[in-house]
Design a protein around this ligand. Structure first.
Ligand SMILES: C[S@@+](CC[C@H](N)C(=O)[O-])C[C@H]1O[C@@H](n2cnc3c(N)ncnc32)[C@H](O)[C@@H]1O
Length: 342
């Protein structure tokens, strides 16, 4: 006799589509859990909804309904009536988890969420939904919104922790003397690389207000520097490697050409350029970069994820030559280039 199938029954096609179509609900549910700091509140163990609501400033019954909904998706679990505990997915919303995504969840539910409500505008017009809604570019807006900008920087840090590990596992930085992280935020990636390569020194180049909030940890004193500036105007000169993680995907081809030309002009002879992005593979298969690409359509003016051929063309226009694309254990790859000869 055949054994009974285990696990929940497969969803019908219409239920699958309904789940996907209601994805915006889930996005907001996770965002609210992150904003309220629910996972931090449960770090020491399970708690009842009334106590939890008092601790994080929420209405107890509404909080119960939020947690019940999240528990149905495997994020938190109800251990006794109206008492909740963490699950492995909920752990990732803790601020102190080494793979925390709390700041990403906080970022995605606000200006990103509101801009995605105008996706139709972007698809009809080809224009940035963020620009349409807020009347200015994303980074210009962040300059005026220090609290939102801090959450964005924190979210980039969340991504960088996972990506730094993938990058170190896949790319050999030995032999390099000076690595510049162009648009390197507060330097999390460079700190990780410098810790693994004791003979390397590094410079983080980013907007003045971003690097102003950064500090050199004592163990990297003398090896790590921060420099404020505009990558459309300049790049720190004379280094033997320049890294751009999630910079090129923020901009259209003409803007990228300017950034890349400034770097090419700054590069020491024989220097390498390392573009770290989710390079789009051919075919219909699932790949996170195919959705991130739409986020770039919505949030930026001209930003996009690109295929290997598109990177080769972009680099060539700035006088650079694609050498190879190094995959990592995560979704990002390293697009390595050098100055084109002649
Ligand atoms: C998407 S974030 C990527 C940050 C970091 N590389 C990472 O992967 O986590 C883009 C970065 O570019 C910086 N940026 C934007 N415009 C800039 C400009 N004109 N000059 C220098 N940095 C800029 C932002 O401050 C931000 O840190």
């Amino acid at each position: 006799m055949a054994s009974a199938p285990s696990g929940p029954p497969a969803l019908s096609l219409s239920d699958q589509l309904l789940m996907l179509a209601g994805g915006a609900w889930v996005s907001q549910m996770i965002h609210v859990a992150a904003e309220l700091g629910l996972a931090d509140q449960l770090a020491a163990g399970e708690r009842g909804c009334e106590e939890l609501a008092a601790a994080c400033g929420a209405d107890a019954d509404s909080l119960f309904r939020l947690l019940r909904g999240l528990a149905s998706l495997g994020i938190f679990q109800e251990t006794a009536p109206r008492r909740f505990a963490l699950t492995p997915l909920a752990e990732l919303l803790r601020s102190d988890h080494p793979q925390s995504l709390r700041m990403v969840a906080r970022m995605l539910g606000d200006e990103h969420y509101l801009s995605w409500a105008d996706l139709l505008h972007s698809v009809r017009s080809g224009e940035s939904a963020f620009q349409h809604r807020y009347g200015m570019g994303l980074f210009e807006w962040y300059q005026q919104q220090p609290q939102r900008s801090a959450i964005f920087d924190g979210a980039m840090g969340d991504h960088s922790r996972a990506e730094s590990a993938a990058l170190l596992a896949a790319y050999d930085f030995s032999g390099l003397r000076h690595l510049v992280d162009v648009g390197g935020g507060r330097g999390l990636l460079l700190q990780t690389v410098l810790a693994a390569y004791p003979n390397l020194r590094g410079t983080v180049f980013d907007q003045p207000q971003v690097v102003a909030g950064a500090a050199v940890p004592p163990e990297l004193e003398g090896r790590l520097a921060f420099q404020g500036g505009d990558f459309f105007a300049e790049a720190p000169a004379g280094a033997d490697a320049y890294l751009l993680k999630h910079i090129i995907h923020d901009w259209g081809d003409d803007a990228c050409r300017t950034i890349l030309e400034r770097i090419r002009a700054a590069m020491a002879p024989g220097a390498r350029l390392l573009v770290v992005e989710q390079v789009i593979p051919p075919g219909n298969g699932p790949f996170p970069g195919k959705l991130l690409d739409l986020n770039m359509l919505v949030m930026t003016e001209g930003g996009r994820e690109r295929t290997p051929q598109e990177y080769a063309q972009l680099l060539a226009r700035a006088g650079l030559q694609l050498q190879r694309i190094v995959p990592t254990p995560g979704p990002v790859s390293v697009v390595e280039a050098v100055a084109a000869s002649g």
